[in-house]
Design a protein around this ligand. Structure first.
Ligand SMILES: N[C@@H](CCC[C@H](N)C(=O)O)C(=O)O
Length: 342
């Protein structure tokens, strides 16, 4: 027995910007036991049908999916149950792990599951685990490369919706905070709105260089604000912010023209920031274009996940950086994607 087959995944209309951090549910993949995994694309690009029905065109069978073969070894029922959620296109595989403080799959297995061609495809895998220190739940997440970040803004919003559905809290939510979540970056208390969307207070940003962490020397006290970072021989201005996880925010090169984020070669430049020696824990990088003092546009290269369509901690980090650099007001809208970046 291999991976569970699923019914359907419906793709909801995509909003073009993140305003006040509300999530969109992409759809859910309900896992059903079956002996093989068959997939068929339905009409248009809005629906993907995955079915165990033999009448469907099988493009792959479970026996041939070595990355998925671990799925029958780790769970008693022989199947890893999961759902798929997204926040503004930042997508995650969510696993109900409430019965154990050990993730049901390893980091290597998570990376295989996140593969968009040979796995389910996602920016990360999130585990809903028992709470610690008096919290109701613990969220752990593995990036699509298998590394474990401390925090994920869109992920924690998806997590909150997942818990609400698991615990049947839908319709009882209002703006009440019904549960607390322990994360690698501290306590999160999500607010589930009447319409099911989730709002999260991301807490106080960390600016002290060694806590971000960055090896760049503090130039405003211990903070690194609009400092020079040489990447591949080019001097960029960067501000370093941790939202529990590290972010390097840039509005462009030193003395260069205003950054036009649409023109960036993200797959080329992104990894050079991520693996720069000045970031001992690697870094997420936000490339930002200022449209006005209250309207910013970003593209993100995520640590451990590459180019993603959105990043909640990144959106928060760049507003912090924009305010510190005097480029924007404290309240602004961040466009995370005008269309698909990749
Ligand atoms: N997309 C997330 C951030 C996920 C973690 C990140 N890749 C890291 O390694 O820090 C978000 O919405 O915040």
């Amino acid at each position: 027995m291999e991976i569970a087959a699923a019914s359907t995944v419906s793709v909801a209309p995509q909003p073009s910007r993140l305003s006040n951090a509300f999530p969109r549910k992409l759809g859910s993949v309900s896992s059903l036991p079956c002996a093989s995994f068959k997939r068929k694309h339905c009409s248009g690009n809005a629906t993907l049908c995955v079915s165990s029905s033999s009448s469907m065109d099988a493009v792959v069978t479970a026996e041939k999916i070595s990355p998925a073969s671990f799925l029958d070894k780790r769970e008693t029922g022989g199947i890893l149950h999961f759902v798929k959620y997204q926040g503004l296109g930042n997508d995650f595989i969510l696993v109900d792990n409430r019965d154990s403080s050990e993730p049901k799959i390893t980091q290597e297995q998570a990376a295989k599951l996140c593969d968009r061609n040979f796995g389910v495809g996602a920016d990360g895998v999130i585990f809903a685990m028992p709470g610690v220190n008096g919290t109701d739940y613990t969220m752990r997440i593995f990036n699509s490369d298998g590394s474990e970040p401390e925090m994920c803004g869109n992920g924690v919003r998806c997590f909150a919706r997942f818990i609400a559905e698991l615990e049947d809290l839908q319709g009882k939510t209002g703006t009440l905070c019904l549960f607390t979540i322990h994360t690698g970056a501290g306590l999160i208390v999500p607010e589930i709105q009447d319409d099911g969307q989730v709002k999260v207070d991301m807490g106080i940003p960390i600016l002290k260089a060694q806590d971000v962490p960055t090896k760049l020397p503090g130039n405003k006290g211990e903070a690194v604000i609009q400092a020079e970072l040489v990447v591949d021989g080019v001097s960029w201005n960067v501000t370093c912010v941790s939202m529990g996880n590290p972010h390097c925010v840039t509005f462009g090169t030193k003395g260069g023209p205003k950054l036009k984020v649409d023109d960036l070669n993200l797959p080329e430049i992104g990894p050079k920031f991520e693996h720069h020696e000045m970031f001992p824990a690697r870094t997420n990088t936000e490339f930002v274009e200022v449209l006005s003092r209250s309207h910013l546009k970003m593209r993100v290269w995520e640590r451990g996940a590459g180019a993603t369509l959105a990043c909640g901690t990144g959106a928060c980090a760049l507003v912090v950086a924009a305010v510190l650099e005097g480029r924007a007001n404290r309240k602004c809208t961040v466009d995370l994607r005008a269309d698909r970046w990749r």
